[in-house]
Design a binder for this molecule. Sequence first.
Ligand code: DPP
Ligand code: ZN
Length: 847
Amino acid sequence: PRAVHLADYQPYTHRVEHVALTFRLAPRATRVLAALRLSPNPGRPGRHDLRLDGEQLRLIAVRIEGREVAARVDATGMTIPAEMLPEGGFTLETEVEIAPEGNTALEGLYMSRGMYCTQCEAEGFRKITYYPDRPDVMAPFRVRIEADLPVLLSNGNPLGQGPGWAEWEDPWPKPAYLFALVAGDLVAHSADFTTASGRAVALNIWVRAGDQDRCAYAMDSLIRSMRWDEEVYGREYDLDVFNIVAVDDFNMGAMENKGLNIFNSKYVLASPETATDDDFARIEAIIAHEYFHNWTGNRITCRDWFQLCLKEGLTVFRDQQFSGDMRSHAVKRIEDVLMLRARQFREDGGPLAHPVRPDSYVEINNFYTATIYEKGAEVIGMLKRLVGEEGYARALDLYFTRHDGEAATIEDWLRVFEDATGRDLAQFKRWYTEAGTPRVKVWEEWDGESYTLTFEQENPATPGQPEKGAKVIPIAVGLLNPNGDEVLPTTVLELTQDRQSFRFPAAARPVPSILRGFSAPVVLERDVSPEERAFLLAHDTDPFNKWEAGRALAKDLLARMVTEGAAPGPDWLDAIARVTFDEGLDPAFRALALRLPGEDDMASTLHAGGITPDPARIWAERRRMGEALARRLGPQLPGLIEALAEPGPFTPDARAAGRRALRIAALALLARVDGGRAARAAHAAADNMTEEVGALIALLEVGAGQEELVAFEARWGRDRNVMDKWFALQIAHAHPDQAVAVTEALTRHPDFDWKNPNRFRSVIGALSANHAGFHHGSGAGYRLVADWLLRLDPLNPQTAARMSTAFETWPRYDADRQGMVQAELARMAAAPGLSRDLGEMVARMRG
Ligand code: DPP
Ligand code: ZN
């Protein structure tokens, strides 16, 4: 398969002025009639053939201006030679037949439990009809749907409907990847919204009968998102209706189709009994994310798929701001950084590393990554820090006015910042074009009068990019004096060279707090004593760095436990104890401070320090660490658990969720010293899924919980979203020596519907999330995951490819494990008929 290169971009030969589509839906033979109004693109002078993308379509007819023409059809599209095209504008009509029922890839038009739905991003529209399926071709769409089903939906505003048909019109020119159609037996949870300028908008969340009482939180999140985008970004909604549909079979989290968002049902449906606090928070964030795309993605879209971060990085940044405003900025930032390190740093440090704006790909679906999304958002956070709140607001206003209705590039994006603020961003652009996580070393020097911080940045080689220039790195610092008072409030230093020093007047030697708020996505390397970390954990005014100090303390300790058999000492135990019982701190923050470093994170840190990680040993030492903490805090835990019990009914707000998080963390610790007694009682008393699952995990972690698992299945066996948790948690929390056996047993469970992406992820994905289980010395974890990827690939290449990233960390481990992973990668590479999706991933991972 050939790679596509950014450097080869050319505008499309034609313009699409209008699209009219008619769908005659039938599971095995859906007819799609398309009428495209086309004209030559003045941006591509000369006469050109008309090339349309199309895959897996049965062509019935092609007409130009009503007359049949003979088009050349191949496996990826159709060509109509220039000499057969009229001069100037013309109408092209096509008629094709497709089979949504047999579409297991869940791309294009497919069926999910009797309901028709679509997923077109990135290149699914070509499986629906012949079309220039590229984001820079934008057109208004009119859609007619004919089907004997009660609910028929498409983008835009409703034009009319009757028994067996409906028509929709979307006046906003859009690329084909934002097209959507849904048809099924659905019910709506509805509400009204009035925009700031007075437009009445009907809001509907469409679900299966029986699920409508689980939509309230998603609706509330939608209304808050709409209001927030008006207030914070001055962006209003622009249609008369906004529809959301929940679908059980979905490759992604959700999709921002214009006026008709389609969601994985797990990110819509929630009730206190069925959803955890984390589920509620994710629903709020994803509803917001897809809604925010209406401006950042839909009104302004991407010129080509290399610019994917233009909409995704910005929209993630916006949803992070929103969640921070709705909940707690401190807690949100810590959670975002945990996730960035766990997923993006991991990607950036391995064979799949790629720039935020890549310059080539084989299969674009493989680039919906943590780098494009999360690092893309971090880059915008840095930009905002560099130009300030006001500069950012001016730049964004300019972006919206200058590029509304356009398909834009990263160059356009940076230019609005340059024009609005006068800043030169040529060097900053390297964040978009160069992969890899910079490492920043710090030295300090105090001479009695002044204090100097010296930074050195190193930009590691990544695949295809051996050498890199210095980045612009905003480093937020504060200084504390030895009694804990802040003597320098947060100040942003701009590191632009390989090595650079900054001086501050200081009569006493200060304690620095560096990279406050995690002001840049870098690895900070600095030798800090446990005393200084404990001091910052106690005194830092920056909540992120306060947490980071505790985390670093724990990681230093765990590293010493793993490498030299050290024992958890009082410096760490006492520091964590103080935070845990500090009533002045947010319980959500305390819960985060109690969380031990993850095993994968530890493996990565050891590897970066030149030590080959042993997964079994990391697991055992981390466990020993938890037990020591449990013994230290044990006597005070029952009191804390008692004090945090929420009286009254469940509410999903951040305050209540934070209290539950701390309570569950305490229960999990206590289980290590009381054999699970308190957790079992909490499980029995739980009236919400957060505590039910939290207590169950606490039990599983100490080798108990079997009865509770049986009861859980008996109670929730018919609920797909809840049962996904049941599958996942017993694998994720299995003993490393049993994880593969538990997974294998669950793959034989009658409800292991492996063609459903959520269920596949809950089982196979859960095994790859069990670090010591997946990387088990027997190689059985590698084998099982590879077996299942090979089984899924012919049916659903997108999800198979996405999940193959389980293998991306192989270079960290010992020669035996490396050899075993390489053997599995080679086995996959050699599989007959391997998809382009999985094939590209495997090839990149093999290196
Ligand atoms: N649905 C995916 C997202 O919103 C891709 N656009 O990020
Ligand atoms: Zn998105």
